[in-house]
Ligand binder design. Structure first.
Ligand SMILES: Nc1nc2c(ncn2[C@@H]2O[C@H](COP(=O)(O)OP(=O)(O)OP(=O)(O)O)[C@@H](O)[C@H]2O)c(=O)[nH]1
Ligand SMILES: [Mg+2]
Length: 357
């Protein structure tokens, strides 16, 4: 699909367009145009009206089939933009939902995605139907409202059913965790921004072959495996983080995130290939998600096989200033995995680790 990306930024704000492009490519979309506008949001169109005309022209010229905004749009803004531009207009959250829907493999992930989609839809249903009707069927308002209410109720009931199913699955997870703990296993969670290299690290640490890909959200269903050798340490590889994760999405994936929240240790994987400001931004996003939970966290600066040594030194120095151990590794090329394992053992078993060696 050919798509045009649009972003509105408040003057002085950082652009999020590159990440939106990476997200669009995750779905094999072809980005045929990009537009940025720096201004305060317009209530009706989000961007300025002159810019709307520009987008419409760009869409026509490039034969784009869809427009994607980095900003969250209200349903009426999306509708007004659609009317003015002539192709479907969606926002970043809807794009993330589409990616999740496409990637959801396990029954639990499918339920989580459906729940997330409905949580997104619910507050929007009334407004969307209302704006549709006021434009297309001005006479049918009264009856339409009634039908909207029925639809609204239907969504709510479906959400309640989904919540129950998800809760019972969460209980299964809970029991599994208790069993593991009783068996003397320690749980290490590989958390971090999407595409940091968590699954690659899981494969290296546990000799597995879960899917690895240079795209966002390759992993939606977490996998848990034992560390190579006979140690009682399990490693889990949950869904990746992303900036501005909306609360309804976090809520839908709560059970998956609990694997992180209840872990004995979190290895926060960071993509070291990126620029320092990007590294720090993604690290902050991840630490914010983990913040309210009392967790032991170590940072693994990954992909050092492709970082020139001077740059690595600088990155290590800056990261070293945050008060957690930072371990430089390459999950793919298996560099310093021994060093990471040592820190993991030390953190989860404390001094016992030294006795058992
Ligand atoms: N050069 C290099 N590339 C790596 C390394 N570790 C992972 N990668 C690459 O980074 C990309 C993402 O790796 P994944 O392991 O899928 O990342 P992830 O964190 O599991 O990503 P999601 O599941 O999508 O959130 C892949 O193309 C990997 O081959 C590394 O140490 N060095
Ligand atoms: Mg993964």
């Amino acid at each position: 699909m050919r798509v045009v990306l649009v972003e509105r930024i408040t003057p002085g704000e950082r652009s999020n367009l590159d990440e939106l492009e990476a997200l669009a490519q995750t779905l094999d979309y072809e980005v045929v145009g990009k537009l940025v506008q720096s201004r305060v949001p317009d209530p009706a169109f989000h961007i300025g009206r002159g810019k709307v005309v520009e987008v419409a022209e760009l869409v026509k010229r490039t034969r784009a089939e869809r427009v994607i905004f980095t900003n969250q749009l209200t349903p009426s803004q999306a509708f007004n933009l659609y009317k003015a531009i002539g192709v479907e207009v969606i926002d970043r959250f809807q794009l993330i939902l589409e990616i999740f829907a496409k990637r959801a493999g396990s029954p639990e992930a499918k339920l989580q995605v459906e729940y997330a989609r409905l949580s997104y839809e619910l507050p929007r249903v009334k407004e969307r139907v209302r704006s549709l009707m006021s434009v297309e069927q001005p006479g049918l308002r009264g009856r339409g409202e009634y039908e909207v209410d029925i639809y609204f109720d239907m969504i709510r009931r479906r959400m309640a059913t989904l919540r129950k199913k998800l809760e019972s699955l969460a209980e299964v997870r809970d029991q599994r965790r208790v069993k593991r703990r009783r068996g003397g296993f320690k749980l290490v969670a590989l958390a971090g921004y999407t595409n940091a290299g968590k699954s690659t690290l899981l494969n290296t640490l546990t000799d597995s072959s879960v899917e690895v890909d240079d795209r966002f959200f390759t992993t939606l269903t977490s996998r848990t495996r034992a560390i190579k050798g006979s140690e009682k340490i399990l490693v889990t590889d949950p869904v990746g983080f992303i900036d501005g994760l909306p609360p309804w999405l976090v809520e839908a994936f709560k059970a998956t995130l609990e694997d992180i929240y209840f872990a004995d240790l979190v290895v926060l994987v960071v993509d070291g290939r990126e620029t320092l400001p990007e590294i720090l931004r993604k690290l902050k996003v991840s630490l914010d998600i983990l913040r309210d939970h009392d967790l032991r966290i170590v940072v693994a600066l990954n992909k050092i096989d492709v970082i020139p040594s001077e740059e690595l030194e600088r990155k290590m120095e800056i990261l070293g200033k945050i008060s957690r151990p930072v371990i430089p590794i390459s999950a793919k090329e298996k560099i310093n995995i021994g060093g990471l394992l040592e820190v993991i053992r030390q953190e989860v078993f404390g001094s016992q680790a030294l006795c058992s060696q």
